[in-house]
Write a protein that binds this ligand. Structure first.
Ligand SMILES: *Cc1c(COP(=O)(O)O)cnc(C)c1O
Length: 352
């Protein structure tokens, strides 16, 4: 298939560059005490990403679970063993309604009860002696009534840890340290998205005591996240991916993406009634995309019909359909001349 959606878990995340594959392959040839490797890789990641501490998880969703377990158990092994049981646990997690992420279950499995609020006032009223964590969805920032800065300030004033899920916000690369420096206690990135690490990897960054509390929550220890094993291959693979990501010429990559956008737009240039543009989302996956817009009635062609035709192509082409008469195409994960195939196919569909 051709991936015109971008870095999304369901389509396979991203593709690992040779350095990452080599690191995984090498790791697969040695034995090593896993807790020792986790600590050393974590220390190196923390240094590279300017965070107080770091650990590798088996995905951003797994980081949410073990991060929540860390906040709820506060480094107390008895409390950690008890999760998801709530007796004596500060189990309430507060988030903004507009920050519902679809990953609430990952907090609930650690024992959390998720409470939704809208305003600063509601947040302050919702905080009580059972509050164990405040959850922020980074891409939700423009939609919420409470800004990240206010959220952090309230967390600090009340002594409640804040977690920011930035899973798909590793572009620009400065974001990798921006949010820990802003003051979030825990910050999460997906390893298998923009970082191009192993798909089953994630990063949990933040306060040293919380990372230390999160480690025993996960494999190979017997905590609530024992089923979320991170292998030596994923640890070494993610470290190699981060090292590469910090060195890559992002401006040169950006130009390649703009070239692909221009190529798809050029293919549709002479198709009457079809408007294309280069589009960069304000937050999340901030890279050049192509938007294609037309009047469905005038062309007697719906965006659903176009996406069906693209999926029925050989190879199948996956793109997003944000609304009527509209396509959103990500060129980020396209390989070789795939953008040319997409442009040709779109032209055929619109010219038929
Ligand atoms: C992709 C994503 C996740 C899950 O990431 P995995 O690495 O697949 O576990 C969590 N939160 C957000 C906001 C995401 O975009």
């Amino acid at each position: 298939m051709i991936n015109g959606v971008g870095v999304v878990t369901v389509l396979g995340g991203s593709l690992m560059p040779p350095e990452v594959i080599a690191a995984m392959e090498e790791a697969g040839r040695y034995f090593i005490p896993l807790p020792e490797l986790q600590k050393k890789v974590g220390a190196r990641l923390a240094e590279l990403l300017q965070a107080p501490a770091a650990m590798v998880t088996c995905g951003a969703a797994s980081a949410i679970s073990v991060g929540t377990a860390a906040c709820l158990s506060q480094g107390d092994p008895a409390k950690l063993r008890q999760l998801p049981g709530r007796e004596g646990i500060k189990y309430e997690v507060i988030q903004q309604k507009s920050h519902r992420s679809g990953y609430e279950h990952q907090m609930e499995m650690a024992g959390a009860k998720v409470i939704a609020v809208e305003t600063r006032e509601e947040l302050l009223n919702a905080i009580n002696e059972r509050t164990g964590m405040l959850f922020f969805l980074n891409k939700g920032e423009p939609h919420g009534k409470i800004s990240g800065e206010e959220f952090i300030k309230i967390g600090k004033e009340k002594g409640i840890p804040t977690m920011n899920d930035c899973a798909s916000d590793a572009v620009p690369k400065e974001n990798l340290w921006k949010y820990t420096k802003m003051g979030y206690d825990l910050v999460i990135f997906s390893g298998g998205k923009a970082l191009r690490g192993p798909q089953a990897s994630g990063l949990l960054l933040g306060r040293k005591d919380l990372i230390e509390a999160a480690l025993p929550a996960m494999s190979p220890y017997g905590g609530i996240g024992r089923g979320m094993k991170v292998g030596k291959e994923e640890m070494c693979g993610l470290l190699a991916a981060v090292e590469r990501y910090l060195k890559v010429d992002h401006d040169a990559e950006w130009k390649i993406l703009e070239g692909r956008v221009a190529s798809i737009r050029a293919a549709l240039q002479k198709t009457k009634g079809v408007e294309t543009a280069q589009y960069i989302q304000p937050i999340q996956n901030q890279v050049p995309h192509v938007t294609v817009k037309w009047d469905e009635a005038a062309r007697n062609l719906t965006s659903q019909q176009v996406t069906e035709k693209l999926l029925a192509s050989d190879p199948p082409i996956h793109v997003q359909r944000p609304g009527k008469g509209e396509l959103l195409i990500s060129v980020w994960m396209m390989r070789g001349n795939e953008h040319e195939i997409v442009g040709r196919r779109l032209k055929e569909i619109f010219s038929a």
